[in-house]
Design a protein around this ligand. Structure first.
Ligand SMILES: [Zn+2]
Length: 441
């Protein structure tokens, strides 16, 4: 198709510069003629401008003749195409008027185009004009939004307009961002390497079973994110990014997680590289630096002096040592309660309950009905209630039954992918890893 592309952002400029285009198929011939003309200029110096003028005319004739057999489905060698970018759709009418279209046609074209154009964001408009006698008249207008959706309007021989809507052409690009923690926050560290704001909490949540971002992450620790970014046909962002991969390496440990899309509207799940769910139902030890001073099971009670089921584990630790929520859940009770002393009961999302007894005091904001996340401090070790010294008595109840907290697998509510699900996961994982390797991973 014989078109001439001249990109300009100001219609007043390109309206003045319009020139008929020369068919691309004619280019070799044209170059040859120019070469001959140049040679002629040297050899026939005396002939001067007359010869050159004649050769230019010949060139035009040859160019048009050579177009005919090539471009069977019509397009004229004189067709003119102009592309412009409008800062908003409402600028379309003015641009078409500046381009020289008659007012009544501008009105009709704009009315036909507007329903397909967004009111916010740039509009790319390509106008194609064809000769009609001496004048150039509208052949078609292609107008598109940033996601490549838009409209094509053709002027038919009858003068009627034919309007065709164009669907968005969105593809997805996988982007990889790597960085190290600054001395300030994970947020600022992530922003510094270009991780989109909306993905930062998603990243932290995906790794929250492995890391406490407040206490376990420090300056110099390395992180990496891979995410899917929808882009339009021009490669511009055209949609919400989605985190696919998160990795964090500290001096103490390293964790890597991959996202697997869930079916049927459920929340996506995250798995480690071997297909094991990252979800850990409960922390193994909900208190820092503690030693087990009394195990779960039958024992002779040190205060009551008879054999009784010890329905939990005692962790001995100095008064004031932080106690953490073993899993995410809702506080069922927080307050003093007889022999339990200062006591917190958590109800977890899977129906399990965890109990924390003999606290010195409660964490800030800890009260019945409050939602807490795994690893959040809910209180500190003490010796309130029926207690012989500072310790945490910790219980886990599953289906209303007290179980040995140490017998609960830390990934009990998670799962390991198997069979077809594992194969599907490995495909997703490998695609992400190929993108990571391709971007210096
Ligand atoms: Zn106990």
């Amino acid at each position: 198709m014989a078109t001439a592309f001249v990109d300009s952002y100001d219609p007043r400029v390109w309206a003045a510069r319009w020139q008929p285009a020369v068919a691309p198929v004619a280019a070799p011939l044209r170059q040859r003629l120019i070469a001959i003309a140049a040679a002629g200029a040297v050899l026939l110096v005396g002939a001067g401008t007359a010869w050159l003028t004649r050769s230019t005319e010949e060139e035009a004739v040859v160019a048009e003749a050579s177009t005919a057999p090539q471009a069977a489905p019509t397009p004229s060698a004189r067709e003119v195409r102009r592309v412009l970018v409008l800062s908003r759709a409402s600028d379309l009418a003015e641009s078409l008027t500046t381009a020289g279209l008659p007012a009544d046609l501008v009105t009709k074209v704009v009315a036909a185009a507007m329903p397909a154009l967004r009111s916010d964001g740039e509009i790319r408009a390509a106008l194609t004009l064809i000769p009609d006698g001496e004048a150039l008249v509208l052949d078609r207008l292609e107008a598109s939004n940033s996601d490549s959706s838009g409209v094509v309007i053709r002027r038919l021989a009858s003068g009627e307009l034919e309007v065709s809507r164009v669907e968005a052409q969105i593809s997805t690009r996988i982007l990889v961002r790597r960085g190290t923690m600054d001395g300030d926050s994970f947020y600022s560290s992530a922003v510094a390497v270009g991780i989109p704001n909306s993905l930062i909490p998603v990243f932290a949540k995906a790794l929250a079973f492995d890391f406490n971002f407040q206490t376990e992450v420090s300056a110099g620790d390395a992180f990496e994110a891979a995410y899917a970014q929808p882009v339009n046909a021009s490669g511009e962002d055209a949609g919400v990014p989605r985190l696919l991969y998160a990795s964090l390496t500290t001096a103490a440990k390293s964790a890597t997680v991959y996202r697997v899309p869930a079916e049927g509207g459920a929340e996506d799940e995250w798995f480690d590289s071997s297909g094991r769910s990252i979800v850990r139902s409960l922390m193994r030890t909900p208190v820092d630096g503690a030693r087990v001073s009394s195990k779960f099971g039958m024992r002779f009670h040190p205060v009551l002096h008879f054999a009784k089921l010890h329905g939990g584990i005692d962790f001995a630790a100095p008064t004031g040592t932080p106690i953490y929520a073993a899993g995410t859940g809702t506080i069922e009770f927080a307050g003093p309660k007889g022999a339990n002393g200062n006591f917190v009961a958590l109800h977890h999302d899977n129906g399990w309950r965890t109990l924390y007894l003999h606290m010195n005091r409660f964490g800030d904001g800890i009260a019945s009905g409050v939602r807490v996340t795994q690893g959040q401090q809910i209180g500190e070790v003490g010796t309130t209630g029926r207690s012989t010294g500072p310790h945490l008595h910790y219980e886990v109840h599953i289906d209303g039954v007290k179980v040995d907290p140490l017998s609960v697998p830390t990934d009990a509510s998670g799962k390991t992918l198997q069979g077809a699900a594992l194969i599907a996961f490995e495909k997703i994982r490998d695609q992400i890893d190929v993108s990571r390797a391709g971007q210096g991973g």
